[in-house]
Design a protein around this ligand. Structure first.
Ligand SMILES: NC(=O)c1ccc[n+]([C@@H]2O[C@H](COP(=O)([O-])OP(=O)(O)OC[C@H]3O[C@@H](n4cnc5c(N)ncnc54)[C@H](O)[C@@H]3O)[C@@H](O)[C@H]2O)c1
Ligand SMILES: *[C@@H]1O[C@H](CO)[C@@H](O)[C@H](O)[C@H]1NC(C)=O
Length: 443
């Protein structure tokens, strides 16, 4: 038990706070020696300052640790819920083969919700995990969780850095696959809160891979990388073989690191790994921090939108990919993922390591995106066109998807025009716009 407690302490981001406490104590002693001749009033004041410092550092320690691992889990009822959610409804002898049992991380997220639903609908077992962080409105994440619950998918509230929770989940369920989508997303936010990227995309990834390599049987891992790994690459369309060693943002750098970290686990422990480089995914239940979403909100509220433009007045362009196409790519990746080969933390033979672009191969400029939205919403946008600041965004993305087409049968079918229509319809109904409004009549 003692060992467990020590390990836990190591994992918690509490050590800096503790160091501070010790330092504060040492400082008080030193100062005490220097000013021994001055009055007791001064010493009392010093003592008070030290106490306040100690209190504050302790407070921040309690704050951070509880923010990371506040979730409650465990118990017989909880285990029963996990098992029920993880059981495939496809019998082993059915035409599509035996059902999968998938642990989906980031299940209350945009892509995680859609993938979990799609898996459940075709009869696979799904258990989700999500820490419901406040990067964007958590009520949207809770609404997605409620949607999943209504389809029999249970989402555990917990952090992928919580190794004990992951071990418990693998003890309860022999997952065949892990679909790892939990991450700190967003390019610009990395300048505001870099630590959150390291926490979820680096430390969290390693924590998850540790649990996967220890699990018996080991699951096959499919996870979300990003088109942002292409960074300063300007050979188009972006191919898996192109350079990815020049990231333009910390977000991109953590995704690139993820590709290399997963490679290590594939190489040493025989984990089957598939990395998917998503290209700007959009659709119903999407992410409020993304441009198409915030544009829609601002246009409807009559607020101006900021449209970035690249150098020399070149419009930014993105290879927008509709969520249903991404879901098909994720499920095809799970279905074609070869087995992991390790047991007891040791490799028994080589396991597959794959990387695929999942894009639409039809880049659209941001002004075109805005005009499609204007048409569906029947409101003219107030555009505020500004030069793109050097914040990590790249001027354009364009996927070469021939590898995914060949090996996964991936074939995106939704144009931005079609996809945005579905997004706007969802947006208006979710945020309670009247069906009698002009915008609704237009859809
Ligand atoms: N949406 C896109 O355009 C896009 C593009 C490229 C890559 N991706 C990647 O795809 C994946 C899914 O993206 P999304 O758009 O659904 O984002 P999302 O933010 O909606 O979903 C991620 C979910 O993970 C959860 N999460 C974050 N850190 C966690 C942690 N430490 N422990 C447990 N849960 C945690 C969040 O609460 C969130 O619900 C991410 O890995 C993202 O980086 C997305
Ligand atoms: C796309 O990538 C494939 C390799 O996966 C390559 O053979 C093909 O030439 C590329 N297409 C273009 C247009 O660059």
């Amino acid at each position: 038990m003692r060992v467990v407690a020590e390990e836990e302490e190591d994992m918690l981001p509490s050590t800096p706070g503790k160091v501070k406490i010790e330092r504060a104590g040492a400082m008080t002693r030193q100062l005490h020696r220097c000013f021994a001749s001055t009055g007791t009033m001064f010493l009392w004041a010093l003592f008070l300052v030290a106490m306040t410092a100690t209190y504050l550092s302790f407070h921040s320690f309690v704050d951070t640790s509880s923010r990371y691992f506040a979730a409650s889990w465990g118990g017989l009822h909880w285990e029963r819920q996990i098992r029920a959610s993880a059981s495939p409804r496809r019998p082993p002898g059915s035409a599509e083969g035996a059902g999968l049992s998938v642990l989906v991380t980031g299940a209350a997220g945009f892509v995680g919700t859609h993938c979990s639903l799609a898996l459940r609908k075709r009869g696979d077992g799904v258990v989700g995990i999500d820490n419901f962080n406040k990067y964007y409105d958590p009520s949207l994440k809770k609404a997605r969780r409620a949607l999943l619950a209504s389809h029999g998918v249970f989402v555990v509230e917990g952090d992928i850095n919580d190794g004990r929770l992951l071990t418990k989940l693998f003890d309860v369920v022999p997952f065949t696959h892990v679909l790892h989508l939990a991450a700190q997303a967003g390019v610009r936010y990395a300048m505001e809160n870099p630590a959150s990227y390291v926490h979820s995309n680096i430390a969290g990834l390693v924590s998850l891979l540790e649990a996967c390599k220890e699990a018996d049987p080991q699951p096959a891992v499919v996870w979300a990388s990003s088109s942002s790994v292409y960074g300063l690459n300007n050979a188009v369309p972006f191919s898996e073989a192109h350079r990815t060693d020049r990231p333009a943002s910390l977000y991109a750098a953590t995704k690139k690191a993820g590709e290399e970290i997963t490679h290590t686990y594939n190489h040493i422990y025989g984990l089957s790994v598939t990395g998917l480089r998503f290209f700007t995914v959009y659709g119903p239940w999407g992410r409020p921090d993304m441009a198409y979403f915030s544009f829609t909100r601002n246009i409807l509220q009559g607020k101006p939108i900021t449209v970035y433009r690249g150098r020399d007045h070149v419009d930014l362009a993105r290879d927008f990919t509709y969520i249903d196409d991404i879901v098909r790519g994720c499920l095809a990746s799970l279905d074609t993922a070869g087995r992991s080969t390790g047991t007891g933390g040791r490799k028994r033979g080589p396991a597959p390591y794959r990387i695929f672009n999942l894009g639409n191969t039809a880049p659209v400029t941001v002004p075109t995106l805005v005009s499609i939205l204007e048409r569906y919403l029947r409101v003219n946008a107030k555009r505020n066109v500004v030069e793109m600041p050097g914040n990590g965004d790249v001027p354009f993305t364009h996927a070469n998807i021939s590898l995914a087409r060949e090996q996964l049968g991936y074939k995106p079918t939704t144009s931005l025009e079609m996809g945005l229509k579905k997004f706007v319809r969802w947006y208006l109904s979710y945020y309670g716009y009247n069906r009698g409004t002009q915008a609704f009549n237009n859809l």
